[in-house]
Design a protein around this ligand. Structure first.
Ligand code: NAI
Length: 770
């Protein structure tokens, strides 16, 4: 012992190397066995450049064979009892637990992440996912009565958490009775192949899990294959392409995409803890984490002290061989990614940023660092660097912090550091992201839903709401819908015919508005009704975006308004029954009561992760939702769709039944007399497909419902811009009891998972929870 310096402490890797030497060339895992290895590529250890194995490039035929096997296995798998499926998941969890060391070393070799991370973070969380979902398989019948598996799920995962992403996707899918075809990332396929061996070992029925290796081309083939669902984690760009290519196919889709998450350090934060948070959030895993808090926003009054502490900590981080147990920062996954990181840093500096640390070195290594003086105009502000480099910006007030935090096209995660519960919870409520960590970072658990808002994607993975993504809800049978007649424009002032003046006006922002073009068309009822256009939709969206106080009224307040609407509708019952049918009016009144009842009862959940953490999963309105109504049941269809959306606090821009929008305008009169704030419901009549496409492409519209037999294809394609979730579903018999319920409420909200540790986190553990 001459010095106190670290000596090497390298994890033993001979078992993994023997395993690799024995296999050398890998085929795919299809229908319970490995195929012969075919043409492909090598996977390497990014830390040394050494070749680890030969991997087969999956062709469209390979994908088709895997999907066929999964399709064949699915009914039998779904027919097993929950307990039987649970036993398989349990056996997988146990076996992974026994192989923790082997899998950690294999992951570290293939990915370059420090062994400390794969051993202490990733693999234990993989185990947790399989145990947790074994539990879900057992209680599925109780918790999801009437729900059914979707069928075959195609799953595409990235390279940053290879086995963890696999677990995150496969565990809920198979617990729910689906079978899967998974494509690991081309840089990191090895733990997925080792997992395939575990499936064989535990005797998982053939075809339940299939693994096809390959690059983006294989991914494209899987997206196009005969699957019922695509679950994708990766870049926003590829997510967009997948959204476009699945449009109109009725494939269910979850997208977990990129982020540029804010890391807000308030004046009263525990600065030492916040600095540790930076280590866990941004430098952890070489910054190759979609939810990394890569935009540090720090209160100006403490910025100097915070930076001094940050720089001191930066100096103590050890960049080095990933298998060394004292390495903090390992290798970047691939030279392509290293070039991307260094290229973005160069651009940021050219645009006026100041890079502290962050030096690249020989091989695939980049030292941790951060860019100071980054304004929103600097490319580093908005571009995902996906490396161990944060940006740092100061703010003066909490309002400025929130406006900077939300100044992003993404909305994946946010970290908030403040010792005041009032301040932290206030910011947590305002930040637009799917996950919020208060006084901590990168806390994950199988019970805690994870996923994004805005261009970070949609859908959640983990816990109860994650399972919903792998289940088909019980639904009323589809009902036939009248094909709409193209609305024929009648010029302004063409005479009112049977129509009355008010039907020639749209309903926008709580007031009647003449349509932009001044034209009308004749409805099936004979009335002249307004012919809305693109500009009218834009005006309606603008009005809806100003209706934020509706959400702030709370469930009880909203319920009161909805009861009042029902009451006023019942006052006009006789008159409207004459026009729209007695049954429709009576059911509409009941439906308004139903969703008013739900308004303050559709609760979030407090989920159990680990003791010592308060984790709340909170339903949040989307904001502005576009709604294209069926060309049928003009009164009841409209009420059945608008009511759940507004009960949950959304503002709606609705396109009523194309041939017969009069009922919706009749309701607008009732809204006016029922204290519904202006802008909460807006009605633009006209050509449904054309108007729906405008809603789909509009960035301020955060979600879209499209009811109808035809046209979903076009709106889903048009929605790729801001990646809004689109729910397309067929018309149904709206008079039935099963045309209402949770199924509609589940689609009216997005989930925010807020983590709050009780008290301080134990010293020395950092804030990462596994
Ligand atoms: P990527 O999105 O291209 O790759 C992710 C997965 O999708 C891989 O399995 C890949 O083979 C597959 N894929 C690629 N193109 C596809 C296509 N057209 N259709 C279907 N599947 C396809 O991400 P990449 O190129 O590895 O990384 C680029 C950037 O993406 C990173 O620098 C980072 O900014 C972001 N990224 C985000 C991740 C996240 O966790 N949200 C994970 C990985 C990357």
């Amino acid at each position: 012992m001459q010095t106190m310096d670290y000596g090497p402490s390298v994890e033993e890797s001979s078992a993994v190397r023997d395993w690799l030497a024995k296999r050398e060339r890998f085929g795919h895992f299809i229908n319970g066995s490995f195929t012969d290895a075919g043409r492909g590529f090598v996977t390497t250890d990014p830390a040394s450049g050494e070749t680890l194995a030969q991997i087969t490039q999956g062709t469209a035929e390979d994908v088709a064979a895997a999907v066929k096997a999964a399709r064949k296995a699915q009914p039998k798998w779904a027919k097993l009892s929950g307990h039987e499926r649970a036993q398989y998941l349990y056996a997988i969890a146990r076996t992974i637990q026994k192989r923790e060391r082997f899998l950690s070393v294999l992951e570290t070799l293939d990915n370059g992440k420090p062994i400390r991370e794969s051993r202490d973070a990733d693999i234990p969380l993989v185990v947790r996912h399989f145990y947790h979902h074994a539990g879900w398989a057992s209680i599925m019948g109780d918790e999801f009565p009437g729900y059914a598996p979707l069928g075959v799920a195609g799953q595409i995962i990235p390279w940053n958490f290879p086995l963890l992403m696999l677990a995150w996707k496969i565990a809920p899918a198979i617990a729910a009775g689906n079978t899967v075809v998974l494509k690991p990332a081309e840089y990191t396929p090895l733990t997925a192949l080792a997992f395939a061996e575990i499936c064989q070992e535990v005797g998982l029925p053939d075809g339940v899990v299939n693994i096809v290796t390959g690059d983006g081309e294989t991914g494209v083939a899987l997206v196009a294959a005969d699957v019922d669902k695509i679950a994708f984690t990766g870049s926003t760009e590829v997510g967009r392409a997948i959204r476009a290519s699945t449009a109109g196919t009725a494939k269910r889709l979850t997208l977990e995409l990129g982020g540029k998450s804010p890391f807000i350090v308030m004046e009263d934060a525990d600065l030492d803890a916040a600095v540790e948070g930076v280590v866990d959030s941004i430098w952890f895993n070489q910054g190759q984490v979609c939810c990394a808090g890569s935009r540090i926003l720090v209160a100006e009054s403490v910025a100097d002290r915070f930076e001094a502490l940050l720089q001191r900590r930066l100096g103590t981080l050890r960049v080095g061989p990933p298998l060394d147990k004292s390495t903090d920062i390992g290798a970047i996954v691939h030279p392509v990614q290293k070039d991307r990181i260094t290229g973005l840093c160069r651009q940021a500096v050219e645009a006026g940023g100041d890079l502290i640390g962050g030096a690249p070195s020989e091989g695939c290594f980049v030292a941790p660092g951060y860019l100071r003086d980054i304004s929103p105009a600097n490319p580093a502000w908005s571009e995902e660097i996906f490396g161990p480099i944060a940006t740092l910006t100061t703010f003066r007030t909490a309002d400025e912090a929130i406006s900077l935090a939300n100044n992003s096209r993404y909305g994946l995660a946010a970290q908030i550091w403040s010792e005041s519960a009032t301040v932290a919870t206030d910011l947590a409520a305002q930040v637009k992201s799917g996950v919020v960590w208060i006084n901590g970072a990168n806390m994950f658990d199988a019970a805690a839903p994870f996923g994004g808002m805005r261009e970070s994607g949609f859908g959640r993975e983990g816990g109860y709401v994650g399972l919903l993504e792998y289940l088909a809800a019980p639904a009323a049978p589809a009902a036939k819908e009248k094909s709409p007649k193209p609305p024929k424009a009648m010029p302004d002032g063409s005479g009112s015919g049977k129509g009355i003046d008010r039907t020639e006006k749209l309903y926008i922002g709580g007031a009647q508005k003449r349509p932009d073009g001044g034209a009308s068309y004749r409805a099936a009822s004979g009335d002249l009704v307004p012919l809305g256009n693109r500009k009218d939709i834009r005006n309606a969206v603008e009005a809806a975006a100003k209706a934020g106080k509706w959400a702030a009224m709370g469930g009880h307040g909203r319920a009161q308004v909805m009861y009042f609407i029902a009451e006023n509708l019942s006052l006009r019952r006789e008159e409207l029954a004459g026009k729209h049918g007695r049954q429709a009016v009576d059911t509409a009144i009941a439906r308004l009561f139903f969703y008013a009842g739900w308004a303050d009862k559709y609760d979030g959940r407090n989920v159990q992760t680990k003791p010592g953490y308060l984790v709340n999963v909170i339903p949040q309105p989307f904001g502005v939702v576009g709604l294209a109504c069926p060309n049928d049941a003009p009164l009841l269809g409209f009420v059945s769709l608008v009511a759940p959306l507004i009960a949950m606090g959304n503002a709606v821009v609705a396109i009523p039944a194309q041939d017969d929008p009069v009922a919706a305008f009749d309701l607008a009169q009732i809204f006016d007399t029922s204290d519904l704030p202006g802008g909460v419901v807006n009605i633009v009549s006209g050509a449904k497909d054309e108007l729906a496409a405008v809603l789909a492409a509009h960035d301020e519209v955060s979600a879209l419902w499209f009811c109808g037999a035809k046209g979903a294809d076009a709106v889903e394609k048009a929605s790729t811009g801001n990646l809004k979730p689109v729910w397309s579903f067929p018309n149904r018999d709206w008079s039935r009891d099963d045309a209402q319920g949770r199924v509609f409420l589940n689609r009216s909200v997005q989930w925010k998972t807020v983590w709050l540790p009780y008290g301080a986190l134990p010293a020395g553990t950092g804030s990462v929870v596994y």
